[in-house]
Design a protein. Structure first.
Length: 289
């Protein structure tokens, strides 16, 4: 009788532990969310691009947004240095219902940037197509973005130096049936309508007085200066050398006609959001316009 009592007591003592173990075997519910990954150069990156405002202010808490864009990168050296391998790990990581990958290159693919430039007719479109193919093979959903316009003017007319690269991206998008955010077309139209002086508000730092004066009088932008006034007899600086002011690494906090400060990042991230909601309707519920 005493033995039976001891066995019963032991059984009762173990019952809560068994129940706990059984409950632990049941997986907790998984929150359903999407992930957005940004790939590109400094005009998308966390300093100098539209990406930080997009991730910080344009997506809801039902979407994770990861900015893997890096300053000074082209469609070629982003892969060559290993940044793309890191991005692919992020794309393959799983856990989310869908992973959308926005890809924007062009600025550093242009000639004059050793170690970065790619051939417009062959390398650049092949690189962009390869990104699309590999994102899909990894289970992600690629979205191509045409390059953000620069803000340089001659006689009041915006210089569309990135137009051929934007055209190449549009062609790849059409050939691969990939959604396209035509940031180049939208940003070019907006900056042209503003004119050279008003568009200066998008830079990381305010322009010097001589830069504003030249644009106001002639409608032509001159090289971004240090802010030191030119001597009365000194000639105005000429056109800005973009290869020199767009470094391989992190964009400098300075005035130029390419990179974005807070105002520019907010303005162009809003355009990306609007275009994204049109071209990928499934994303609308995750975007804040």
């Amino acid at each position: 009788m005493r033995l039976k009592a001891m066995i019963l007591a032991a059984t009762l003592a173990l019952t809560p532990l068994a129940a706990h173990a059984q409950a632990a075997d049941v997986a907790p519910p998984k929150f359903r969310a999407i992930k957005i990954v940004l790939i590109g150069d400094s005009t998308t990156a966390v300093q100098g691009g539209w990406g930080p405002n997009f991730c910080g202010w344009r997506v809801t808490s039902f979407a994770a947004c990861i900015n893997l864009a890096r300053g000074g990168r082209s469609s070629g050296n982003y892969r060559a240095e290993g940044s793309w391998a890191l991005a692919m790990d992020e794309i393959r990581s799983g856990g989310f219902t869908d992973t959308y990958v926005l890809i924007q290159f062009g600025h550093n693919d242009q000639p004059g940037k050793p170690g970065r430039s790619t051939d417009l007719a062959t390398e650049f479109p092949a690189n962009m197509k390869r990104y699309v193919d590999e994102v899909r093979a990894a289970g992600g959903k690629p979205i191509l973005v045409t390059p953000l316009t620069r803000r340089q003017f001659v006689d009041g007319k915006l210089q569309d130096d990135l137009g051929p690269w934007a055209d190449a991206v549009r062609k790849v998008a059409a050939e691969t049936n990939t959604p396209l955010v035509d940031l180049h077309a939208r940003s070019r139209a907006a900056v042209q309508a503003m004119g050279p002086v008003e568009a200066m508000k998008f830079a990381q730092r305010p322009p010097s007085a001589e830069v504003v004066e030249a644009a106001t009088k002639t409608g032509t932008t001159i090289a971004a200066s240090t802010g030191v006034p030119a001597a009365p007899a000194a000639p105005m600086p000429g056109a800005q050398n973009n290869a020199a002011v767009e470094p391989m690494g992190q964009a400098k906090l300075s005035f130029d006609y390419t990179h974005l400060g807070v105002v520019g990042a907010d303005y162009f991230s809003a355009i990306v959001t609007e275009e994204l909601s049109k071209t990928v309707p499934a994303l609308r519920r995750y975007l804040i316009q």
